[in-house]
Design a binder for this molecule. Sequence first.
Ligand code: SF4
Length: 747
Amino acid sequence: PLALTRRPWRLGTLELPHRVLLGSMHTGLEAAGVAVPGAWSAVPDSRALAAFYRERVEGGAALVVTGGLAVDGPGRGGADYAVLTAPGVGEALAEVTAAVHEAGGRIAAQLFHAGRYALFSEVVGESGEPAEAVAPSPVPWRAARGAVPRELTHDDVLATVEHFADAARVAVAAGFDAVEVMASEGYLLNQFCSPLTNLRDDAWGGDPVRRRAFPLAVVRAVRAAVGPGVPVLVRVSGDDLMPGSSTPDDVAALVRELVGTPDEPLADAVNVGVGWHESTVPTVQSAVPHGAWIPVAERVAAAVRTSARPDVPVIASNRFTDLRDVETVLARGTVDAVALARPFLADPAVVAKSLAGRFDLVTTCLGCDQACIDRSLVGERVSCLVNPRAGREVELPLPADGASTFAEQAGSAPSKRGNQAWSVRNPLARRGAEVGRGLAVVGGGPAGLAAAVDVARRGHPVTVFEAREVLGGQLELAARVPGKEDYAAAVAGLTAELDELGADVRLGVRARVEDLVGFDGVVVATGVRPRRLDAGPGGLPGADLPHVVDYETALRDGMPAGSVAIIGGGGVGVDVATFLVEEHDEAARAARFADRFGLELDMALVGAGHGQRWAAPPPARFPTAQPRPGGQVTVLRRSGKIGTGIGVTSRWVVLGALRHAGVQMLTGVSYTRIRPGSLEIVDADGAAREVPADTVVVCAGQEAVTGLAGELDRLGVPCAVVGGARDSRTLDAVRATREGLAAARAL
Ligand code: SF4
């Protein structure tokens, strides 16, 4: 499989074994080590970072690009960014590069300057003064809460160019195999290129040529600093997705300059990013169609092909979760490689498994951003909803037993060591009977899956009892929501891995206490059930009418045509509304997305998309709930905002889609009565209203499914209650998987 993906290629002087890179991703480990008094940044947590990257190299990454490493103090994105030139940082990073090399991998340092995107609310400078963001011009952005960046002087600009060169030298001395200059996603170099943020009229701004002068000077200086033997990648912004910013012609001209000429070669590869952090077009969320940004990368590739160095490789990024889609893109012959980032968080071995043809075993990234981007935005270290070990590889090691790896079987092993995390044969698993019955996990939702998979990966016997006929719990339910098909893919991957590792999975079995006696420990992950509304005195009259359903029934069975009122506007209520108004077919949804944001998507590519492979079964009772002619969908909430609980990166995207589809959203309401055809409320202004409702869906929270733990305790069976079964106040799958993993390690 993946004949094109597995072709070796050259990135400057580097030979890379295949076409998939681990793209740059801030982990929060970059400055999590020891603070150096008076220095701009703490040093990286080199052990954690080394283990994090090593596991991904062993899982097949052809090249790792680090998270952004700032070239100077003001260049940090926030307090948790390291400054490459600060004392001790290069030395700490040398431990990271050594670990990557020992695992047979290659690693590039990303040279980063946040410019006006620096979030410095709690950051102090070298001599204790509050740090200030700098930029080409004093143009603030909304997340800086009114803070206006200082305009760089001409001398500052020259000094910043030198800082890039100095940082590149530190990187090479620390053993990095390559460097990547960050000129995308709205950071400093990108800010210089744009007329929105570069208002200067000097050598560094005033027209497109002068706006390109700074990134060009930086790439020249970096190239000179590292010499011809070290590859220089440049991450350019293929499209800022900002009205009035650089045009496609501006981008093409920039790219042609950045690759240089045969006499003065500059960039050895062009990595294509897309979208600024303040853009109103989503780029990485699950609602974004797979492969949506290929046309942007192809436009950049076309510019490179018409440059003085047409053979410089072009790397596409963003919205790939499946290597079969990477193969499809490579087959078009336009780009040379693809960079994935979050899929390596979700499954460090995504490449090795795929190269071995074991797509079924991949834990697919959900595109939820809940444990990764949302965390990095608030300065927390990143992890992953479906892989809660991510970022904690040192604290939560997996045994290495030297078992052969998929990569080795596929003949593309970059690694010298086995990777127990995904080895096919797990000798320890077969030893289960000798060491006891192992762990029982009751409930195969996110918490239970996290526990079971971790036990199985460590080679211990595990038995999963799941009352339904499928694993996944709330993830399986969410997979019915358009745009969340990857949830089904992730559950399918974890299910297949449990099977592969010899776990005993009993579907359709509601575990009784007597089934659990004799296990070494029990993880009670029985999850939640929807909370019902009381129709009796003190409750909501009419809540027991036949057209009132809970969210689980609504998502599994569908709803008849007509108007729907959704009681409860948290994440579940928003999911139900999305289920009702969004296209369930991925190609149709991609067309709608393209139309809404004025994009040219390549429908052939998206239509062959990955989501279709995992489409949830159609709703059981009302399979044609789409579209809803004439029906009004209303989401109602007593207090708080609609969509609280959804991560900051995704909330605006899903609410925007609902608004676009005409969904009515009402907050501050109180409910009076449900009647056939309507829901009576008092709205936020105190006015009595009737909301049309042929169906009323109740998304008013959930209650824990409990009952086993007390009895197990009484019988002396060690047990831990995790996830929704432990705390049902909010549905938090990140917390659930973290608790599942913790229980698996503790019992
Ligand atoms: Fe992907 Fe969600 Fe994990 Fe982030 S937290 S890597 S988006 S599954």
